[in-house]
Write a protein of this length. Sequence first.
Length: 388
Amino acid sequence: MTSLALGSLQVATPVVLAPMAGITNAAYRRLCAEQGAGLYVCEMITSRGVVERDRHTLDMLVFDEAETVRSVQLYGTDPVYVGKATEILCAEYGVAHVDLNFGCPVPKVTRKGGGGALPWKRKLLGEILEQAVAAAAPYDVPVTMKTRKGIDDEHLTYLDAGRIAQESGCAAIALHGRTVAQAYSGAADWDAIGRLVEHVDIPVLGNGDIWEAADALRLVEETGAAGVVVGRGCLGRPWLFRDLAAAFDARGACREEARDEPSRRVATLPSLGEVAAMMRRHTELLAQHLGEERGCVEFRKHVSWYLKGFAAGGDLRRALAMVTSLAELDALLARLDWSEPFPVSELGAPRGRQGAPRDKVALPEHWLDDIDGTDWCLAEEASGTSGG
């Protein structure tokens, strides 16, 4: 089987679940892990929140009992805070992998110089990475980073970011093939991922527009990436990780066979009944971690993703999106046509947010004037935001 090495950490299948705010909590990570091998990253938390023991931040640092490899994505703009937070995660939470977010496109993050805006400051990026790597080293915990191509097409940063990541001792770098200005619009630039692979010696993970297992294989083959990061493609489709594990297993077992058309079309086509069972399992896991009432409330946001393309009526969809108990969920799921086949028109179709590109990225004043300067107010959010 093709595997991924992140320092001393071996990932059986070269697939990483991208951290997504409000989505990749302990229950969802457990659900995805039950489908296939890979690395499942906790939703992004702030370094300042960890160091200052912010209750909301620590509430997100929850791991399922079956989670043998704990992986956390950390956000920060201050090297000292990032270093201290990394040490806390390793020493007190038994985290086996720390990923640093330099790809978030959310305006409230970039206007403070964080997320996808930060790699423009090359010196600051290096200082943050060096602090994190040094803090994790005594625990033999690999540090990776996630980034984008740059702020916009005129301010690209990914090649410099890759060089700095390598020089700082990072175990790998993940590249989302879009700029901050693009957010989630347009098409991901896989050619940029290939250029980064040629530019660095550490593993590169490709991210962007992976909707099916065949997309992941194609990205790896076209770019030479060591693996993939999957985000929106698994929304309402945790079985995608089963397909990914099978596809990479076939590719590793016989590369020639993996190029054949049948094995490139690995895709689970569950009936609506099987999807309903997955919805029930998801809510059950949420209830175990959050309590039944809150777990049901948390599940509501997933209903439209699970039922995308199915013929379930509007009234039933609305009722499921207002569910308050497992008993009510069971009664509503029983009203679905469990024999309805999976809508093949949804295969390869984008999921989740897309939107339009931004005319201007929110940045600190004079941010673009100097690529090395660090003489500005280091500030960061006190709560998690969406990943990049």
